[in-house]
Structures are given as C-alpha cells and as structure tokens.
Design a protein around this ligand. Sequence first.
Ligand code: PEP
Ligand code: MG
Length: 558
Amino acid sequence: MSTDAPNDTYGTPVVPGVAYGPAAWVRRPETPPASAPALAEEERDNAWSRFQEAATVVSNRLSERAKNTIGTASDVLQMTAQMALDKGWQREVRKQIRKQGVPAVQAAMAATDTFVELFKQAGGLMAERVTDICDVRDRVIAELEGLPEPGIPALDHPVVLLADDLAPADTAGLDPERILGIATILGGPTSHTSIIARQLGIPCIVAARDLDIIEAGTPVQLDGRTGRIELNPDADAAQAAVAADAKQRELAKSWRGPGRTKDGEDVQLLANIQDGEGARKAASSQAEGVGLFRTELCFLNATTEPSIDEQADIYRPVFDAFRGKKVVVRTLDAGSDKPVAWASVPDEENPALGVRGLRTSGIDPDQLPHQVDAIAKAAEGRDGATWVMAPMVSTISEARWFASLARERGLIAGIMVEVPAVAVMAEQFLAEVDFVSIGTNDLTQYTMAADRMNPNLATYTDPWQPGVLALIARTAEAGRKLGKPVGVCGEAAADPLLACVLHGFGITSLSMAASAIGAVGAQFSQVTGEQCRAAAEAVLSAGSADDARAAARQALGA
Ligand code: PEP
Ligand code: MG
C-alpha cells in the first residue's frame, strides 16, 4: 500500500488544496515543575494579585486581537479571552494560592488539570475545549514568568505549519500569506484547527500520527485532498501540483451554477444552514435551495420549549430567504453532541447511542407534533416545496409515524439515513416516506463504531471507508428502484471528489456548507456523468478509504 512509503506520512484531509514549502513546527512551551515550595502566609496575597494581573493581560491581548479579526476567528479569540477570566477557573486558582500556599504558576497548572478532567469526562464538544483551556494556562504562565507568548513563531517566509495541535487562539491569528498549509498530530474534522483553516482556505490535514518524523526546514508537499504529506518531493513536480491546485481554486471562485456535469447531467446542489442569517448568506451563493436546516441549533440556549408561534417566527426567515425554492427542514436533533435543555436527556452513559433525534419523542410525545405544526405555520402560503425530515430514525414504525405527522400538515415527508439499519433496509423505509437524506457524518460514526468527536479515531470516521460507501450505494439504489429522491447532507457532499462518486451512485441532491458549493460545482463541470458512474463502481471494490480515494481520482482524471 502506498501508505508504507518511507518518505510519506498520512493524516485525515480536512481542507482541500496543495501546499509546498519548508516545514515549521509550533512547539508548546516547556512545562514548569508541577510542585514548588509552599508560599508563606504573607506572600499569598501578592501571588494571587500577580495571577489576576497576568490573566487580565492575556485576556485583553486576545480581545484586542479579536477586534482586529473577523468571522469565526474573531469569535474564537473572544471566547478564549473570556476563558482567561473564567470565574470557576480563577476561583480554583485562588483556593490553591490562598488556602494551600501553592505558587501562582503551579496553582494555574493544578486548577487547569481539574477542568481538563471535567471536560474530558463530559466528552463531546466539552472535550474539544481541553486545548482551549491548556492554551490559556500556557499564556498566563508565560506572562507570570516574563516569557514571550507561546504559539506560532514569527515567520519571515511562507511555511507549512506542523503542530501537535494548534490552540484556537493560534489558528485565529493565522496569516494565509505566510501559512501555506497546516498539519497536526491531534484534532479532528470538527476541531477549531479544521474550522478556522476552512474559513481561511488553508489546506489542512489533522490526525497525522507520524508527523514527528519531519524535521523543521524539510521541504514538504501537503495535499489537503488526499491527506498525504510527502517529504523532500521533486521540486518541479510539487510546484506544478500547487499551480494546478491554484487553477482549481480559481475555477471554484468563478464557478456559477446550476450544478451540472460537463455533458449536461443536472446535479442539485443545496446549502446546509442553521438559522435565518445563514439562510440569507446561502441564498446569495449558488445554492439552489436548502438541503438541511439544522433546527436544533436555534435552541441551544433555550431552557424551555418555545411556543408554536415563537418557533414559526424562527423558521420563517429561512423560507423567506429561499422563496420559490426547495427547503428541507430537519426536526430537532437534540441529544448527544447537541444538548437542548428542554428536549434532551442529561447524563446518559453513552449519549451518541442514547435518546437523540426522533427518540426524544419517547420522553415528550408532544414536542415533535408542536415542531411540525410550527414548520407548517411558517411555510403557510409559500410557493417553494417544503420538505421535512426526522433525524436518528431506526425503525420502520418511526418512519411511518413521522410521515403521517408531516403529511397531515401538507408537508413532504422524509427521514435521515444515519443508522446503518435504515441503509440496510432502505427499500422498506423508502416505501413509507417521500424521500430520504443520508447524514454521512452519523452514518459513518455508527457504521464504523467510532465517535465522530474523538480525534483519535479520525481514520475510522472517514466517509470514504468502503463499508460506508457500500451503504450509501445501497440506499441510492433503493431510491432509483422506487423513483424517490435520495439526498446526501453530511460533510461527504462537500468533498468534490466524493460528490462525483455520490452522483455516480445515483444520489439526487447534495447539500453542504454554502462555502463548499463552488468547489463541488467546478469539479462537476469538468467530469462527465459516465466518469462519475465509473468512479462509483471503482470505489465499491476498494479495500480501504485511501484506495477508494485513489480509485475515484483515477476514474475522474482528477
Ligand atoms: C449527519 O449526521 O451527517 C448530519 C448531516 O447531521 P449532523 O451532522 O447534524 O448530525
Ligand atoms: Mg446527524
């Protein structure tokens, strides 16, 4: 297998693009000794004041940087700035200093350890905050010790940046002119490094286990489409690959819809959105409609169930942004990594396998009818098609119940295919509903038995895994047989190569972040429908995710 080549290392590709340049490492600072002689009573007030001053300096510095940054990067910096002033964390530090006489540096370390443990136990999104709090700790300790702020070194030439993991505050300050590409040993497709790299358009690979073999200064070629990092590549070939990639990116920028293959086969490209504002932005992209409206994200801060009217007011702006167009609304996917106070069950042992999505109806049977009422109310009088689908369906009776609920209110009824049982019996499920949409993020998680939030499992949570592709193909085939639409709305749809494979399987619509539509549309404009079908056939005999990628690339001439 190509992954055995001694000069290459592999990770999980998260932002497409090719980069070539010398490697530069971001090293975390040396860890100070965990214990130190206790402070005398009279030294403790001073130590506590020094800590507070250091935390305030760090927070102000990050806030200042947040003001000079835009978008998600600014939010990340602001959030990290607030963490430095977090009352719970500071209370723990004060206790260590005042009560036990622990010096400020060691007190910051001990308090952070406590929180790291808590975050890890909470799992999911909370576990992803571990990098944030450790970064805040390192910055405050550097300030206390009069050392330079840790993070990305000052750069006088463009580099490919390598790190164990980048702290959110580091990624937020990245300069795309200087950082050609990023590779990290830790992290996953949803970590901050991935999110910010995606926003900045910097090719990025995470979970690259053997990155340590690369010494600073070594020329590397990083391919954010395949996950390959090649050491000491042929310089001419590497530069040619970068130039070809730049051309693709230009095509993506200038691509104008609608989605269509080179030989004229239509490909419906839709947007994933989470609120009215996102819908308005998506409406100004090339999206033909909305393929996934994640309604639960509107309610993460609500403590009680909003009334039907209140909910309708939240949904209506999405319909208004896409007048006359298809909008697929997903009902509440509460639970697991998206806790909604009024709908999900707290403290489950294993929340991803627990009461989530449609299953919350077992706890509160009124909640889903209320939500479908609200969706129907918000859609009253609109001229576009209003589709509604339920997440985390796993039995036929659930599909049947949901379909009647939606149809009684005049809505087009569907379910998501996230649980392998549904893909395996796709024909029977499709017979009950008007359409299905495959959520490849969860379908991959459940097929591969690998937590999608766990950075150590990124190789498994890869939608190119042949087992996942086989289930998608099976579902598409069932749709073709019954003449019903089968969409894909997970991250897989945003991967230009995989999108072609999905079209080749017979998937009828692809829904993704609006920012990904240009690259996917541009890719389709360069291939024929026949090539997509050849790629689809080729991946089905691949024995690994890497082989599937390579087979698709070859069939598509990409
Ligand atoms: C999915 O599982 O692929 C999906 C689209 O749903 P979410 O990512 O919101 O779980
Ligand atoms: Mg899902």
